[in-house]
Design a protein around this ligand. Structure first.
Ligand code: CAA
Length: 384
């Protein structure tokens, strides 16, 4: 490494960013307002991402994927989110759903499912939360009971991103209630398994083009070899997965914020009041400067966390939580300020910044609320 490469993004990653941006500007951004307005899954955006191999870039080459590292995957998600928050959940949730397999599954299970996600034939969702078990994930009640060579699942999962659109689901269920977190196991469930059904789409504030539904398991009988890893390791797998994928939510937050900042920058140069573009007023300039500064700080933390995710560093738990928390709080502030910079126009659906503000909000909530992220960080800081 030469001195010129110290602490900067590798050239390959900049190339990936340019390639994703080109696809998203041309074929994803044009669908964003409609997906938000109609609440329909943006199939055209999925097709655009699939045809350019950005729909699940993290799948390793040996399973037919693009083999993007964690930083490249974060950049893909960031760039898709800059164009459309809902569409960025395509690569993000494909990573969330399949990460338990990559971390813990048998080679047979990986070979069976990952190539279908890599090809874009299927998407993969992650079923952890339940109506009464959100932040307190260990308190889940979805039950899996062994029956010969099968497991039988019963229960309800809630807030499942891309539910109904995804073909496959990682489902966490209690296999031994006496053992609390050590009595939870992970399984692959298919949409076509008898007894799987879905609730009505949730009526959400944002990311409206990404379906969120309950998933019901009514005596769903699956072969025992669909268990991911050993019995009783499901909760640890769920947490290890989130260590990696909180980085991708941070990336999503960055992208949404960048989209809002870019739009606001263009607007203030055009909009004239008191005889000059509002960009010439220092009050507006200071707002833009703060937005840019917060965004860049969030980006640096996110990329460092992505490097740790790729290497599997010991302090990933801390950095994943910190990146997700910091970037999503920054995105909420930046998108709110973008609406402010557009004044009354920003408050209307004629401009994209109000959508970005609504989309940013969820990044402070899902994959662990920012209060949970602070619990995770504090525990890491205080351990030993
Ligand atoms: N890696 C490995 N193991 C871990 C771990 C990690 N990061 N975090 C916890 N564990 C292990 C612990 O070591 C512990 O095992 P031991 O008893 O052997 O030590 C076990 O798991 C239980 O851990 P805790 O005692 O810390 O459990 P807790 O009940 O106190 O909960 C929590 C901890 C951090 C609050 C956790 O429940 C949590 O993260 N909650 C938030 C859940 C969440 O993020 N949900 C998001 C749903 S997905 C989503 O949102 C998707 C979407 O739509 C896009």
């Amino acid at each position: 490494m030469s001195e010129f490469d110290v602490y900067r993004l590798p050239e390959d990653h900049e190339t990936i960013r340019a390639a994703v941006r080109e696809v998203c500007d041309a074929r994803v951004a044009p669908n964003a307002a409609e997906a938000d307005e109609t609440g329909e899954f943006p199939k055209a955006s999925y097709d655009a991402l699939r045809s350019s191999d950005f729909h699940a870039p993290h799948i390793p080459v040996e399973y037919g994927g693009a083999g993007a590292d964690a930083l490249a995957t974060a950049i893909v998600i960031e760039e898709v989110a800059r164009a459309c928050g809902s569409s960025s959940l395509i690569p993000a949730v494909n990573k969330l759903g399949t990460m338990p397999l990559l971390i813990a599954a048998s080679e047979e299970l990986k070979q069976k499912y990952l190539p279908k996600v890599a090809s874009g034939e299927a998407m993969f969702s992650y079923c952890l939360s339940e109506p009464e078990a959100g932040s307190d994930a260990v308190s889940m009640t979805t039950r899996a009971v062994r029956d010969g060579d099968h497991w039988v699942l019963n229960g309800v999962k809630r807030w499942i991103t891309n539910a109904g659109v995804s073909e496959f689901y990682t489902v966490f269920a209690v296999t031994d209630p006496a053992k609390r977190s050590k009595g939870i196991s992970a399984f692959v469930v298919e949409k076509s398994d008898a007894g799987v059904s879905f609730g009505a789409p949730e009526k959400k504030l944002g990311i409206k083009g990404s379906p969120t539904r309950e998933v019901y398991f009514d005596n769903v009988r699956i072969p025992a070899d669909r268990m991911i890893g050993e019995e009783g390791t499901g909760f640890a797998t769920a947490m290890k997965t989130l260590d990696h994928t909180r980085v991708t939510i941070a990336a999503q937050a960055l992208g949404i914020a960048q989209g809002a900042l870019d739009f606001a920058k263009g607007y203030v140069k055009e909009r004239k009041q008191f005889g000059k573009p509002v960009a010439e007023f220092q009050g507006v300039q200071f707002m833009l400067a703060d937005m840019g500064m917060k965004l860049e700080a969030a980006r640096q933390l996110t990329y460092v966390a992505a490097g740790k995710s790729e290497r599997g560093d010991d302090d990933l738990t801390y950095f994943g939580a910190a990146a997700k928390c910091f970037a999503s709080d920054a995105a909420m502030e930046i998108t709110t300020d973008a609406v402010q910079l557009l004044g009354g126009y920003g408050y209307t659906r004629d401009y994209p910044v109000e959508r970005m503000m609504r989309d940013a909000k969820i990044t402070q909530i899902y994959e662990g609320t920012n209060q949970v992220q602070r619990v995770v960080m504090a525990r890491q800081l205080l351990k030993d």
